[in-house]
Design a protein around this ligand. Structure first.
Ligand code: C5P
Length: 447
């Protein structure tokens, strides 16, 4: 498949001016990327593309686009800044940047694009940035525009899209084109298998986050008992299960998920194909987990190095992933969720994991008729994550608006996507923020 033909025309056209700017620049490019899986994968695609063009760069991956980032850039005075997986929601801030800038993003665009900025945003190029393209998919479009030989970066783009939950329910739009291209090049292979990973069946169940099994995940003895009850050997290899035994385990998993109130999307995920990356020796979701854990464990350089092919970084990322999995399993069973009229919320001392906890808890066991908000103190401020279900979005919920407006009412900032958004508010504004969010969600849902 010719990549230029596969790329939606508006995306190809929007990428061209940014490609021209990068081709002509002779000074180092200052890259600022988000710290999560999509931010790191999109950064790695841009870094690899610049290296192949013989360009120099200086990369930093940040928690958010705070005013301090702009102040720092103004002190550094780079020739060109390249923002990835952030920027489109914060054009007011970018107007304060003295250097010219490029933005590669898929968040909902907000505000007028200032004269110093050239923006490549999925939504503005007719591609749904919530579902059909992550920042890594958009960065991949830019990489292909610069050189078709960059199509080998497709697995990294898919890992970014997976990190932003765009794989759930199957690839769509530009992501699907990327997956087709990768399949044609033999970088991607579909395989039908249950999403359980571990040396033994008991280890796979006890370590399972997706699916999260209430009372079993994080509890090795309960996992062994559950397997014995359905007549399976807990010590059997988790990837060796086939035929009637695999069907028996799948039936038990579906029943368990239905009993604990998991969403239909989460149940269907049990039977979704797993996407193998032969060149990487793992699946798309395993690569995404390694990168995600590196970012959230405050080691973004390991995430980038692993994506550039370092085996030492890959083993460090493996250790981060294991540590993060254990931490998430402990936090999920200990979190105290409180309900209000239209929202449910919890607090955690782990700011980097609150969004993941929100998503897993809402997907697997909380009341799915209320969006979930997680709060965590960090550096004298309160940082917030929120997650919704596709059904709530269909009923009119938009968390990007809820976060932006509720935070605005108490002196903070917020934004993101309709289904997943975040905010930063003053530490003493917790009650005011939650009350505003509760009221606004109720208004959006007509409660
Ligand atoms: O931090 P978290 O993963 O919960 O963020 C969810 C989404 O909201 C992300 O896409 C993030 O970039 C966006 N966000 C934002 N502004 C904030 C916090 C998060 O746009 N202040």
């Amino acid at each position: 498949m010719n990549p230029a033909a596969a790329m939606p025309q508006p995306l190809a056209e929007a990428a061209q001016p940014l490609a021209d700017r990068l081709r002509e620049i002779e000074q180092p490019v200052r890259i600022i990327g988000h710290y999560d899986c999509d931010g790191l994968t999109s950064s790695a695609i841009l870094v690899q593309t610049l290296l192949r063009l013989g360009k120099r760069f200086h990369l930093s991956n940040v928690l958010s686009l705070a005013p301090g980032v702009i102040e720092r850039l103004n002190r550094e005075a780079p020739a060109l800044v390249l923002f990835t997986d952030l920027g489109s929601g914060y054009m007011d801030l970018l107007a304060q940047l003295e250097a010219p800038a490029l933005v590669v993003d898929h968040h909902l665009p907000q505000g007028e694009v200032p004269g110093n900025v050239l923006e490549l945003n999925a939504h503005k190029a007719g591609v749904d940035g919530n579902r059909e393209a992550s920042a890594a998919s958009v960065a991949f479009a830019l990489a292909l525009t610069l050189d078709e030989a960059n199509r080998d970066l497709a697995p990294i783009a898919l890992a970014g899209a997976c990190g932003d939950r765009q794989m759930t329910g199957g690839w769509k739009g530009w992501n699907l084109e990327i997956a087709n291209m990768a399949t044609e090049d033999n970088y991607l292979k579909e395989k039908q298998q249950l999403p359980l990973h571990g040396a033994s069946l008991a280890e796979a169940l006890a370590g399972s986050l997706e699916p999260y099994l209430v009372g079993v995940s994080g509890q090795p003895t309960a996992a062994e008992e559950a397997l014995r009850e359905i007549g399976l050997d807990p010590t059997a290899a988790s990837d060796g299960l086939a035929g009637e035994e695999a069907a028996r385990l799948a039936d038990w998993l579906v029943l368990k998920l239905l009993e604990q109130g998991a969403g239909s999307e989460q149940c269907e995920q049990l039977f979704a194909p797993s996407y193998q990356l032969p060149g990487w020796g793992c699946t798309v979701s395993e690569l995404a987990s390694l990168v995600d854990a590196s970012g959230r464990q405050d080691d973004t350089s390991t995430g980038i190095a692993l994506l550039l092919g370092s085996t030492a970084a890959r083993s460090r990322a493996g250790a981060h992933e294991l540590a993060q999995r254990k931490q998430l399993l402990a936090l999920l069973s200990a979190a105290k969720f409180e309900r209000r009229n239209a929202i449910q919320h919890f607090s955690t001392s782990e700011p980097a994991l609150k969004g993941t906890i929100c998503g897993l808890a809402l997907g697997y066991f909380l009341d799915r008729s209320l969006p979930t908000i997680g709060l965590s103190p960090r550096d004298g401020e309160l940082i917030v994550s929120s997650r919704a279900t596709p059904e709530l979005i269909e009923r009119g919920l938009n968390l990007a608006e809820v976060m932006s407006q509720s935070a605005g009412k108490c002196g903070g900032i917020g934004g993101g996507h309709a289904i997943a958004a975040g905010a930063t508010v003053p530490l003493d504004a917790e009650e005011q923020f939650l009350a505003a969010a509760d009221e606004q969600v109720a208004a959006q849902l007509g409660l």
